[in-house]
Design a protein around this ligand. Structure first.
Ligand SMILES: [Mg+2]
Length: 245
């Protein structure tokens, strides 16, 4: 299948988002949040663990949207995603709340880094792309402290040629500087030689399109065949990549 948004003939590098594209971040995060709830006795704030997870996820999502728009710093995101969800029930002083929030974030990230769940079809897609002799990169807005550990825990280290993280250069997808940086690191300056696969239209896809790359929007679970949009292709399952690249 040929489409100007994929450009099969000139393609050399396939870049893939990590969280919720290769690694099942949502599943892994829920496991880590449940373990954190037990480990740090969070029943003092939430009688029910599911309520804790709901509150955390809602707050975390809105903080990540702001972080991706470069409105807040990484440190603010890390402390606030914990602090805001326990502040109402907190009884002690504010310094102690800040200390506890940092400790929760540290423990959460350590637990998260140990999880192994992959998105369905991720391993098969990587093996297919490798067989087609494409170079494979990860392009992620996640934190360097955990992304490399997550890749290793999931058994993906040997399947990826290059890992580019927003932490490496201090700008996030969709800022095109991270796409330019990826091309520089790959030693391949032709935008038409690159395609991005990712689950976030506002970051992964918007940035790739602006950089002149091909783009495959992974709209996980969407039924049916790939849909050709003007600037990108939309797929519901990673197995569809095999028909596109
Ligand atoms: Mg993602």
């Amino acid at each position: 299948m040929r489409n100007h948004s994929v450009r099969q003939d000139s393609l050399k590098w396939v870049w893939i988002d990590l969280d919720d594209t290769l690694i099942d971040f949502r599943a892994n995060s829920r496991i880590a949040l449940r373990l954190l709830y037990e480990k740090m006795a969070l029943s003092r704030f939430y009688a029910c663990c599911d309520d804790w997870i709901d509150a955390y996820e809602k707050n975390n999502k809105s903080l990540w949207d702001r972080y991706n728009r470069a409105e807040i710093t990484k440190d603010f995101l890390r402390i606030e995603r914990m602090r805001a969800v326990i502040a109402d029930a907190w009884q002690g002083g504010s310094d102690d709340l800040v200390n506890l929030s940092w400790e929760m974030d540290r423990v959460y990230l350590a637990l998260l880094a140990e999880q192994k769940t992959l998105v369905e079809g991720a391993r098969e897609m990587l093996d297919y792309l490798r067989g087609r002799k494409y170079n494979i990169g990860v392009l992620s807005n996640g934190f360097s402290q955990v992304q490399h550990l997550k890749i290793a825990s999931a058994g993906l280290t040997g399947k990826i040629d290059l890992v580019i993280l927003s932490d490496d250069i201090g700008v996030n997808k969709p800022d095109r500087r991270i796409y330019d940086y990826a091309m520089e690191k790959a030693g391949c300056p032709d935008p038409e030689a690159h395609v991005m696969i990712g689950d976030n239209p506002d970051t992964d896809i918007a940035g790739a399109v602006a950089a002149g790359w091909g783009a495959i929007y992974f709209n996980r679970g969407k039924a049916g065949a790939p849909v050709m949009h003007e600037q990108f292709v939309e797929i519901g399952s990673l197995s569809s990549v095999i028909s596109l690249l």
